[in-house]
Write a protein that binds this ligand. Structure first.
Ligand SMILES: [Fe+2]
Ligand SMILES: [Fe+2]
Length: 160
């Protein structure tokens, strides 16, 4: 897979899970929590691997530097929102409000990456450099993912 296919597959996956969470109501707490833990893992694995395999290189290029700093701020916002959701119970009214804001921020961020950053990457990096990013992205994702275990379980709470 190319780096663009890898990133896009992750993006589609998290968008799908977030939409599924929003369809659940407050009587479906266990399902809400299960899907939230799943999307949290997927998001954090993606953000961390993307920052190392892709953003580090984009920061070194004039054409992508500014966009990358903006994208990094959005990663920070996503992590903040994940913590916020973790801090309330799923039957709390604020829980679904926070999930909706998370979905909006994630969709905005993905859109910026796919519509603005991807085209610049295609212009500024050679196919060899893009290939290296793809290999590193896959290796970093694999490192984080231990079968049957949460990559980012909250200590002492809801650990699978
Ligand atoms: Fe991404
Ligand atoms: Fe990102």
């Amino acid at each position: 897979m190319t780096i663009f296919q890898i990133l896009k597959t992750d993006h589609n996956n998290v968008k799908t899970i977030l939409k599924r969470i929003e369809k659940l109501d407050e009587t479906e707490q266990a399902e809400r929590l299960e899907l939230f833990e799943q999307v949290k893992d997927e998001l954090l694995i993606h953000l961390k691997a993307e920052e190392k395999a892709v953003y580090l290189k984009l920061k070194q290029e004039d054409s992508t530097r500014e966009l990358t700093f903006e994208a990094l701020e959005e990663h920070g916002l996503v992590q903040y929102l994940l913590q916020q959701i973790d801090s309330v119970d799923p039957e709390d009214e604020r829980w679904s409000a926070k999930v909706t804001v998370l979905r909006e921020v994630v969709e905005h961020h993905i859109n910026d990456e796919e519509k603005e950053i991807f085209p610049e990457m295609k212009k500024s990096f050679s196919s060899r450099e893009l290939g290296e990013m793809a290999r590193e992205m896959e290796a970093l994702k694999k490192e984080r993912r231990i079968p049957g275990r949460r990559a980012f379980a909250k200590a002492g709470k809801r650990a699978a």
